[in-house]
Write a protein that binds this ligand. Structure first.
Ligand code: F6P
Length: 319
């Protein structure tokens, strides 16, 4: 193998840069050239790229986001877009492609193989943590810690004012962030898209908590589990407890990767190159119990099971 490509796609995640660094340095140690595509799959379709060398990925370990930049590219969801990308990869003499991204990006990586004869390997990079075959996705741990810092701060003011707070975290279709932030932040309630809830039941629990002497009531709401401001109005009116909302949004996606994401970034990048050299294709890299785990790309995008026990334990501890 003489030349590989690398692309980051979809929502960025802290840890993408350590993974890029690892891919480049592992590949160069094997004398393989690395082409970095810019702006996700858009760069693949439009041949926007640069050759990456070891010095160019120096000093990026502690940087959030992705130095390659990223985009949600609709054209890559079409046969024409995939064909163009495949032609460009051949034109550039690329034999293997490493894709770092979430479910949409990894699905695109699998579909590319219908049009291209090269090898494709995925790295799960998504703060949503909803990719199967790995204990955790790149970016999740940092995002949870970032959100947790906000929860701790909000709890201070919620207690002082004896308020109910709805803290909305990311996760359009998945409750992984909410379940972890809720448990680590001592939330009274965690609401996730995977499960229905009734406002009246929450009101009953809020009232009971007040009777037990609780000074605040913190609800961690995943963005896909309802509208925070609507819920706040309902809860304030029905429970009588003064209510505020904090939407954490993209704050959770930025910031420097914490040690865990740097370590799995380094490991996943190195495993990805190793996996290409072994002739594998159509697989997603995972780290399970500290070791490499390979999963079929389409199986990986099916997702991973939620830590329901997080919520169970959090409920028990919120008395
Ligand atoms: O990357 C995943 C994610 O952060 C989701 O949690 C969120 O719903 C979405 O991306 C936001 O996407 P965008 O940055 O395109 O608004």
């Amino acid at each position: 193998m003489n030349r590989i490509g690398i692309v980051t796609s979809g929502g960025d995640a802290p840890g993408m840069n350590p993974a890029i660094r690892s891919v480049v340095r592992t590949a160069r140690a094997e004398n393989i050239e690395v082409i970095g595509f810019n702006r996700g799959y858009y760069g693949l379709i439009n041949e926007i790229y640069q050759q990456l060398d070891v010095r160019m990925v120096g000093g990026i370990l502690e940087k959030g986001g992705t130095i390659l930049r990223t985009l949600r590219c609709r054209e890559f969801e079409t046969a024409e877009g995939l064909k163009k990308a495949a032609q460009n990869l051949d034109h550039l003499g690329i034999e293997g492609l490493i894709v770092i991204g979430g479910d949409g990006s990894l699905r695109g990586a699998a579909e590319l193989l219908d049009f291209w004869n090269g090898q494709v390997v995925g790295i799960p990079g998504s703060i949503d943590n909803d990719i199967g075959g790995t204990d955790l996705c790149l970016g999740f741990d940092t995002a949870v810690n970032t959100a947790l810092e906000s929860v701790d701060r909000i709890r201070d003011t919620a207690t002082s004012h004896e308020r109910l707070f709805i803290i909305e975290v990311m996760g359009r279709a998945s409750g992984h962030i909410a379940l972890s932030v809720g448990l680590a932040g001592g939330a009274e309630e965690i609401l996730i898209p995977e499960e229905e809830y009734e406002v009246d039941s929450i009101v009953t629990r809020v009232r009971a908590a007040r009777k037990r002497g609780k000074l605040h009531y913190i609800i961690v709401l995943a963005e896909g589990a309802g509208k925070g401001f609507w819920l706040a109005d309902e809860l304030e009116e029905k429970s009588g407890m003064e209510t505020r909302v904090a939407v954490l949004g993209h704050i959770q996606r930025g910031g420097k990767p914490l040690a865990f994401d740097r370590i799995i970034g380094a490991k996943m990048g190195s495993y990805a190159v190793q996996t290409l050299l072994e002739g594998e294709s159509g697989v997603c890299i995972g780290v399970r119990s500290g070791r490499r785990n390979l999963t079929d790309l389409l199986e990986a995008v099916e997702g991973k099971s939620l830590s329901w026990e997080n919520r169970g334990i959090s409920q028990t501890l919120s008395i």
